[in-house]
Design a protein around this ligand. Structure first.
Ligand code: ADP
Ligand code: MG
Length: 233
């Protein structure tokens, strides 16, 4: 689980100070699928980067799987991030001159798995996103939707407890976006907790819970009607 209590984040430059998060409160339980919406500049990315231990914060408390992460140093934070968190970004962030197999391999090498273990994880995760037949392709030989699937495979290969996604469908047409959303729901159904920032109200509705962020705070939490209906069936 992931628990934030009164988390604060201030960005300072020479001229301005921006309070990106002001008393940000959220509790995400194991197995949840949370969609985060809110106006541009409201703090969604800042929240996600702190949740994913990519960014530090300036006040309040943040517990990840029961561990207080406020006082971890950079090395401890990146170790925890590699173990527990998978990230997906709007821009896919694949390495253009590596084929799909090697792209998914990058974070696994960093974790120090042996080659047999890596191969097993790479094949399994590319299979999960429906791209097992394309392991030797380069990202440029794929559609945008397929490239995002590779990025999802790369995140899943680490077997993360949390999958964090910042506008994962922002560069995709609506059909591809909806198939990426179906994939995320599958992954969530298999047990991975997902937090997804999105602009798309139709996609947000398909998550289990929606949180609305305004001015650096959670201003509203709703259980998605569609998800509630799906759960009730
Ligand atoms: P959102 O993702 O909801 O659009 P962000 O979390 O990116 O919003 O930004 C929240 C606020 O923090 C904005 O006012 C933004 O300009 C500011 N901000 C974000 N990152 C930085 C940074 N690295 N340096 C200075 N200000 C930042
Ligand atoms: Mg953002």
């Amino acid at each position: 689980m992931l628990k934030m209590m009164d988390v604060k984040k201030v960005f300072r430059t020479d001229l301005v100070e921006t309070q990106a998060l002001i008393d940000f409160n959220l509790h995400v339980k194991e197995g949840d699928f949370v969609a985060v919406t809110g106006p541009s500049g409201s703090g969604k990315t800042t929240f996600l980067n702190i949740a994913g231990l990519l960014e530090t914060f300036d006040g309040g408390k943040f517990e990840l799987d029961g561990q207080d992460v406020s006082h971890l140093n950079d090395r401890q934070r990146s170790r925890l991030r590699n173990e527990k968190i998978g990230f997906i970004f709007q821009s896919f962030n694949l390495i253009p001159d590596l084929n799909l197999f090697d792209n998914v391999d990058v974070p696994l090498r960093y974790r120090g798995f042996n080659s047999a273990e890596r191969k097993k994880r790479i094949e399994h995760s590319l299979d999960m996103v429906g791209l097992a037949q394309r392991m030797q392709h380069l990202p440029s030989q794929l559609s945008g939707g397929q490239q995002q699937r590779v990025a999802i495979a790369r995140a899943l290969a680490g077997e993360p407890r949390f999958l964090l996604a910042d506008e994962p469908t922002g560069n995709l047409d609506s059909q591809m976006a909806s198939s990426v959303m179906d994939l995320l729901r599958d992954i969530n159904a298999k047990g991975t907790t997902i937090i997804m920032v999105t602009h798309d109200a139709n996609l947000a509705k398909q998550a289990k819970r929606n949180i609305f962020v305004r001015d650096g705070k959670v201003s509203e939490v709703t259980v998605s009607p569609l998800a509630a209906k799906l759960c009730a069936v």
